[in-house]
Write a protein that binds this ligand. Sequence first.
Ligand SMILES: Nc1ncnc2c1ncn2[C@@H]1O[C@H](COP(=O)(O)OP(=O)(O)OP(=O)(O)O)[C@@H](O)[C@H]1O
Ligand SMILES: [Mg+2]
Length: 151
Amino acid sequence: MKTGRKITQNRNETLALGAQLGSLAEENMVFLLSGDLGAGKTTLTQGIAKGLGIQRTVTSPTFTIQKLYRGGRLVLNHIDAYRLEGMSQDLGFDEYMYDGGLTVIEWSEFAPDLIPSEYLRITIRLLEQDAREFLFEAIGGKYETLLEELL
Ligand SMILES: Nc1ncnc2c1ncn2[C@@H]1O[C@H](COP(=O)(O)OP(=O)(O)OP(=O)(O)O)[C@@H](O)[C@H]1O
Ligand SMILES: [Mg+2]
Protein backbone atom coordinates (compact mmCIF):
# COMPACT_ATOMS: atom_id res chain seq x y z
CA MET A 1 0.00 0.00 0.00
CA LYS A 2 1.10 3.53 -0.74
CA THR A 3 -0.48 6.68 0.69
CA GLY A 4 -0.37 10.36 -0.14
CA ARG A 5 -2.05 13.68 0.52
CA LYS A 6 -3.01 16.78 -1.45
CA ILE A 7 -4.84 19.97 -0.51
CA THR A 8 -6.95 22.10 -2.84
CA GLN A 9 -7.99 25.67 -2.00
CA ASN A 10 -11.07 25.89 -4.20
CA ARG A 11 -13.32 24.05 -6.64
CA ASN A 12 -11.11 24.79 -9.65
CA GLU A 13 -8.08 23.24 -7.98
CA THR A 14 -10.16 20.12 -7.29
CA LEU A 15 -11.22 19.98 -10.94
CA ALA A 16 -7.54 20.24 -11.93
CA LEU A 17 -6.58 17.45 -9.51
CA GLY A 18 -9.36 15.31 -10.97
CA ALA A 19 -8.15 16.05 -14.49
CA GLN A 20 -4.67 14.81 -13.52
CA LEU A 21 -6.22 11.61 -12.19
CA GLY A 22 -8.23 11.23 -15.38
CA SER A 23 -5.17 11.54 -17.55
CA LEU A 24 -3.25 8.97 -15.46
CA ALA A 25 -6.11 6.45 -15.29
CA GLU A 26 -5.81 3.12 -17.05
CA GLU A 27 -8.48 0.77 -18.29
CA ASN A 28 -10.40 -1.23 -15.66
CA MET A 29 -9.16 0.92 -12.78
CA VAL A 30 -11.46 1.62 -9.83
CA PHE A 31 -11.37 4.82 -7.75
CA LEU A 32 -13.32 4.83 -4.47
CA LEU A 33 -14.40 8.28 -3.23
CA SER A 34 -15.30 8.86 0.41
CA GLY A 35 -16.13 12.03 2.31
CA ASP A 36 -19.07 13.92 3.79
CA LEU A 37 -21.96 15.39 1.81
CA GLY A 38 -20.59 18.31 -0.19
CA ALA A 39 -16.96 17.29 0.32
CA GLY A 40 -16.27 17.35 -3.41
CA LYS A 41 -16.62 13.78 -4.67
CA THR A 42 -18.74 14.72 -7.68
CA THR A 43 -16.56 17.77 -8.36
CA LEU A 44 -13.46 15.55 -8.42
CA THR A 45 -15.30 13.16 -10.76
CA GLN A 46 -16.11 16.09 -13.07
CA GLY A 47 -12.39 16.80 -13.24
CA ILE A 48 -11.64 13.13 -13.91
CA ALA A 49 -14.08 13.22 -16.84
CA LYS A 50 -12.31 16.30 -18.20
CA GLY A 51 -8.96 14.56 -17.91
CA LEU A 52 -10.36 11.66 -19.94
CA GLY A 53 -11.48 14.10 -22.62
CA ILE A 54 -15.22 13.66 -21.94
CA GLN A 55 -17.23 16.71 -23.02
CA ARG A 56 -20.48 16.02 -21.16
CA THR A 57 -20.78 17.37 -17.61
CA VAL A 58 -20.91 14.75 -14.88
CA THR A 59 -23.94 15.29 -12.67
CA SER A 60 -25.34 13.62 -9.55
CA PRO A 61 -29.01 13.16 -10.39
CA THR A 62 -31.39 12.24 -7.59
CA PHE A 63 -32.53 8.85 -8.83
CA THR A 64 -29.68 7.57 -10.98
CA ILE A 65 -27.13 5.43 -9.23
CA GLN A 66 -24.97 4.53 -12.20
CA LYS A 67 -24.16 6.45 -15.37
CA LEU A 68 -21.77 5.90 -18.28
CA TYR A 69 -19.95 8.76 -20.02
CA ARG A 70 -18.50 7.95 -23.41
CA GLY A 71 -16.48 9.97 -25.90
CA GLY A 72 -13.25 10.14 -23.91
CA ARG A 73 -10.02 8.12 -23.87
CA LEU A 74 -11.79 5.63 -21.56
CA VAL A 75 -15.48 5.18 -20.79
CA LEU A 76 -16.24 6.67 -17.38
CA ASN A 77 -18.51 4.44 -15.26
CA HIS A 78 -19.76 6.74 -12.48
CA ILE A 79 -21.55 5.08 -9.57
CA ASP A 80 -23.03 7.01 -6.64
CA ALA A 81 -23.92 4.39 -4.04
CA TYR A 82 -25.41 6.82 -1.50
CA ARG A 83 -28.96 5.54 -2.06
CA LEU A 84 -27.84 1.91 -1.77
CA GLU A 85 -27.25 2.23 1.98
CA GLY A 86 -28.42 -0.94 3.69
CA MET A 87 -29.26 -2.88 0.52
CA SER A 88 -26.03 -4.43 -0.59
CA GLN A 89 -27.38 -7.31 -2.70
CA ASP A 90 -26.26 -7.77 -6.31
CA LEU A 91 -28.02 -5.05 -8.30
CA GLY A 92 -25.89 -5.38 -11.41
CA PHE A 93 -23.96 -2.15 -11.04
CA ASP A 94 -20.72 -4.02 -11.58
CA GLU A 95 -21.82 -4.94 -15.09
CA TYR A 96 -19.60 -2.26 -16.66
CA MET A 97 -16.79 -2.26 -14.13
CA TYR A 98 -14.19 -4.28 -16.02
CA ASP A 99 -15.21 -3.56 -19.57
CA GLY A 100 -12.16 -1.43 -20.37
CA GLY A 101 -13.37 1.75 -18.71
CA LEU A 102 -12.62 3.64 -15.50
CA THR A 103 -15.03 3.18 -12.58
CA VAL A 104 -15.46 5.93 -9.99
CA ILE A 105 -17.64 5.06 -6.98
CA GLU A 106 -18.95 7.71 -4.63
CA TRP A 107 -19.99 6.38 -1.20
CA SER A 108 -18.42 2.97 -1.87
CA GLU A 109 -18.86 2.17 1.83
CA PHE A 110 -22.57 1.70 0.96
CA ALA A 111 -21.71 -0.81 -1.79
CA PRO A 112 -19.12 -3.11 -0.21
CA ASP A 113 -19.83 -5.81 -2.81
CA LEU A 114 -18.46 -3.52 -5.54
CA ILE A 115 -15.07 -2.96 -3.86
CA PRO A 116 -12.37 -4.95 -5.67
CA SER A 117 -9.16 -6.27 -4.12
CA GLU A 118 -7.07 -3.49 -5.69
CA TYR A 119 -8.13 0.16 -5.96
CA LEU A 120 -7.31 3.79 -5.32
CA ARG A 121 -9.25 5.15 -2.36
CA ILE A 122 -9.62 8.92 -2.11
CA THR A 123 -10.97 10.32 1.15
CA ILE A 124 -11.91 14.00 1.08
CA ARG A 125 -12.01 16.09 4.24
CA LEU A 126 -13.37 19.60 4.60
CA LEU A 127 -10.82 22.03 5.98
CA GLU A 128 -11.51 25.72 6.69
CA GLN A 129 -13.54 27.67 4.09
CA ASP A 130 -13.14 26.18 0.59
CA ALA A 131 -10.05 24.11 1.32
CA ARG A 132 -10.26 20.34 0.99
CA GLU A 133 -7.79 17.63 1.97
CA PHE A 134 -7.48 14.56 -0.26
CA LEU A 135 -6.04 11.41 1.30
CA PHE A 136 -4.98 8.73 -1.16
CA GLU A 137 -4.53 5.02 -0.44
CA ALA A 138 -3.29 2.92 -3.33
CA ILE A 139 -3.74 -0.83 -3.02
CA GLY A 140 -2.02 -2.78 -5.79
CA GLY A 141 0.95 -2.12 -8.05
CA LYS A 142 -0.75 -0.19 -10.84
CA TYR A 143 -2.45 2.13 -8.35
CA GLU A 144 0.80 2.69 -6.46
CA THR A 145 2.46 3.69 -9.73
CA LEU A 146 -0.41 6.05 -10.54
CA LEU A 147 -0.14 7.65 -7.10
CA GLU A 148 3.62 8.15 -7.47
CA GLU A 149 2.97 9.97 -10.73
CA LEU A 150 0.21 12.09 -9.20
CA LEU A 151 2.13 13.28 -6.13
N1 LIG B 1 -11.80 22.88 -2.76
C1 LIG B 1 -13.02 22.47 -3.20
N2 LIG B 1 -13.12 21.31 -3.89
C2 LIG B 1 -14.33 20.85 -4.31
N3 LIG B 1 -15.49 21.49 -4.09
C3 LIG B 1 -15.45 22.64 -3.40
C4 LIG B 1 -14.23 23.18 -2.94
N4 LIG B 1 -14.51 24.32 -2.28
C5 LIG B 1 -15.82 24.49 -2.34
N5 LIG B 1 -16.41 23.50 -3.02
C6 LIG B 1 -17.86 23.34 -3.21
O1 LIG B 1 -18.28 22.21 -2.47
C7 LIG B 1 -19.32 21.52 -3.16
C8 LIG B 1 -18.90 20.09 -3.45
O2 LIG B 1 -20.02 19.42 -3.96
P1 LIG B 1 -19.96 17.95 -4.57
O3 LIG B 1 -21.28 17.70 -5.19
O4 LIG B 1 -18.75 17.78 -5.41
O5 LIG B 1 -19.80 17.07 -3.24
P2 LIG B 1 -20.04 15.52 -3.04
O6 LIG B 1 -18.95 15.06 -2.15
O7 LIG B 1 -20.20 14.84 -4.35
O8 LIG B 1 -21.42 15.49 -2.24
P3 LIG B 1 -22.52 14.32 -2.16
O9 LIG B 1 -22.09 13.43 -1.02
O10 LIG B 1 -23.78 15.06 -1.84
O11 LIG B 1 -22.56 13.59 -3.46
C9 LIG B 1 -19.58 22.32 -4.44
O12 LIG B 1 -20.64 23.21 -4.21
C10 LIG B 1 -18.26 23.07 -4.66
O13 LIG B 1 -18.42 24.27 -5.36
MG1 LIG C 1 -21.70 13.63 -5.18
